[in-house]
Design a protein around this ligand. Structure first.
Ligand SMILES: *Cc1c(COP(=O)(O)O)cnc(C)c1O
Length: 444
């Protein structure tokens, strides 16, 4: 039997951590990100099981080798069945272009895959007897929605969502302030950075930690990364069903709209496990730090700029450290597996229009950045990479009606999950951006 996976830090100060410990800590004590000491390989017999498998069935095959020493098979199966209870249909737009719809979960974005799984894993692994586990999360929008929903109703957990007042979209705000129950929203009279600072301060407050079992649900947690491997396999399985030979030169090119690069990192992990992937394309908006890195081989973070694909407005992608680590800090190796393109707002809006006109398909701005990157990749690609493109559709267009071209926004069908929200009442505590105020709220 293969040895169990443990976690080291990308900053390399030594030490090895169990999955549960990495899940609890989020960030390694030396400030690095947790990284697996090896990536389990899928046995051939497992590849067979993935054909035609549902999200949950796929999750059980892919995630078990990572978690088998942490949970009983029974608990694991129950968690995955409960978390991954929606699918990821693959839609074809033209001969060699596919859209992998990752927005059929409760908050209509791909983050549901990870948040729902992580919430249940935390409940199973981190609860101390008779004590509540408090999950702190600072959000500028989408993460709060996915985490709140992912942990909603999970027994033994209270979630605190801190968000900057007036700086998240009304729809996003509804998604995490109207659930109630074990989800507590704190509307901070400040910026997203204030929210993050408050959360960080709580983690270094030993007195508070003695009284409260704390953990965080930020995007760098390894528990959020691993479940995202699942849909790469779902794409491959659906291509096989459509008669594509995905195993050789025809392996798919995955095009990933990227912000913090967690999504694409999960794809790289899936590929190392043995899921066929010919190449990866990182699709960036005007926040082009990674694009510049691929061109110049130098990493230079910069301040983020606001775009219509705002979940990708990141100037210093947190998972870059994992990508560098995976490729032994060799930019040449990175660029052999990953290409990068950038798309500005004008072209994003044009892409939404032209795709709608040509295919009658409405894509959200993040997906449109991906679609344009695929177009750019095709016109420049090397002949050895001939597989079809799978563009990851990271969110449902109805979530971004306010920034979509007007004539198309009106044509978007409102999903039930959004219609339900409109009648719900917001419940949030308004707090000053000061640590003692936040601390008091946590202890109340
Ligand atoms: C979070 C998010 C992204 C970016 O994903 P990363 O893993 O941070 O690269 C892209 N699109 C949408 C809709 C998102 O919510």
């Amino acid at each position: 039997m293969a040895s169990s996976v443990s976690y080291v830090s990308t900053s390399g100060s030594g030490g090895s951590f169990s999955f549960a410990r990495a899940l609890q800590l989020g960030l390694s004590p030396d400030g690095g990100l947790f990284f697996p000491d090896h990536i389990p390989q899928l046995p051939k017999s497992d590849s067979e099981k993935l054909k035609g498998a549902s999200s949950a069935e796929t999750g059980k095959v892919l995630l078990w080798p990572w978690l088998k020493d942490n949970l009983s098979r029974e608990d694991f199966d129950a968690i995955i069945s409960d978390a991954l209870n929606f699918d990821a249909p693959l839609k074809q737009l033209g001969e060699d272009t596919f859209i992998l719809e990752l927005f059929h979960g409760p908050t209509l974005a791909f983050k549901d895959f990870a948040a729902r799984t992580m919430g249940r894993l935390m409940a199973a692994m981190l609860r101390r007897k008779g004590e509540m586990l408090h999950v702190l999360t600072a959000t500028s929008g989408d993460t709060g929605a996915a985490v709140a929903d992912g942990f909603y109703g999970v027994e033994g957990i209270t979630v605190w969502v801190l968000y900057p007042s007036g700086k998240v979209s009304p729809l996003q705000e509804k998604q995490f302030t109207t659930l109630g129950g074990n989800i507590r929203a704190l509307e901070v009279d400040g910026t997203f950075d204030d929210c993050q600072r408050l959360v960080k301060q709580a983690f270094v407050d030993d007195e508070l930690r003695a009284e409260r079992n704390l953990t965080s649900a930020n995007s760098i947690n390894i528990g959020r990364l691993l479940p995202q491997m699942v849909y790469y396999s779902l794409a491959v399985s659906q291509l096989r069903e459509k008669g594509f030979d995905v195993d050789g030169a025809q392996a798919p090119v995955f095009v990933v709209p990227s912000g913090n690069f967690g999504n694409i990192t999960a794809g790289l992990f899936a590929s190392r496990m043995g899921i066929p992937a010919g190449h990866f394309v990182a699709a960036c908006n005007q926040n082009q730090t990674f694009y510049d890195y691929i061109q110049s081989k130098k990493y230079k973070p910069r301040p983020s700029v606001r775009t219509m694909s705002n979940a990708m407005d990141v100037g210093d992608p947190s998972n870059f450290a994992r990508i560098e680590y995976l490729y032994e800090r060799d930019p040449e190796l990175v660029s052999r597996s990953i290409s990068a393109f950038r798309t500005d707002d004008t072209v994003t809006a044009e892409t939404i229009r032209s795709v709608y006109k040509k295919h009658g398909y409405i894509m959200d701005p993040h997906t449109a950045v991906g679609f344009d990157a695929w177009k750019q990749f095709k016109s420049t690609r090397k002949t050895s990479l001939t597989g079809p493109g799978v563009v990851l559709a990271t969110a449902h267009p109805a979530k971004f009606g306010d920034v979509m071209p007007e004539e198309i926004a009106g044509a978007i069908e409102q999903p039930e999950a959004l219609r339900r929200l409109s009648g719900r009442e917001k419940k949030a505590d308004f707090i000053a951006p000061e640590y003692p105020v936040f601390r008091a709220a946590l202890l109340k």
